[in-house]
Design a protein around this ligand. Sequence first.
Ligand code: GLY
Length: 300
Amino acid sequence: PLVPYLLGQKHPSGTRLTDFQKCVRTNDIDEVGDNRHLTYFEMLGNWSLGDYFKEESIKMSFEFLTKELGIPVEKLSVTVFEGDEDCPKDEFSAKCWKDAGILDGHIYYYGKDDNWWIAGETGPCGPDTEMFYDTGKPACSENCQPSCDCGKYVEIWNNVFMEYFKDENGYSKLKQQNVDTGLGLERMTMLLQGKETPFDTELFKPVMDKLSELQKVDIIESRRIVAEHLRSSMMIIADGGRPSNLDRGYVLRRLIRRMIRQMNKLQIDLNELSTLIDINVDNLKEMYPELEQNRETIKQ
Ligand code: GLY
């Protein structure tokens, strides 16, 4: 919805916005069950529509993480774009992080796979800088670093510096320089509550406890997948999505199918879904009243 404003149209609320948005993304669906991946998450963000750019964005992010949230600086690492034929190495962002207070040896350069953001195949895009939290787990190897998938480092926030536009002919510069950030509420909750996974926070604990009580076989990954896909499915249905074999409907159908497969592994009767849905609605309805309004539809 913000694309026209990234391209230069005036937004009615001005050039600096903050928001929170319900997000379903299934690109990492196979990772769900580990210590950090989710298909549904709430993304907290801030936007500069041709207003502040890298320097201020990084300064404000550092201040928010270390002062407002009180995260010790030694726990933080950041990544920046290493550069390629489309866009130069982002040494300026690295300098901004260093000036802000990120420690030596905690700044990493990666390529487009890690440090580039675009929604879809074409449109506004640009290099991003990502912030990682060190969980304190032992390093998996001498080369363990934020890009590693061993779970030692958890990405908590990214700032996308959107100053390019990609179309079928390649990249061009946008009229204005924008910032689009995304910070995951569930991961931040886990970090601030000192928990090892989002499933140990109050967002998931009631349903996880019930799954432990109901299971006849003890498989932690399966419990996490059921809890996660159930919440994701409930959010989609409450927003009007319905299972089908196409597009958005297929995302929901796939989540439900995978959830059921894991319930079977745990040997939990599918009739228990009604109870699990009630637990989630009661736990989350203050934040998401649409779940309460759609309780029966979701069960159906
Ligand atoms: N707002 C940037 C992102 O989706 O992560």
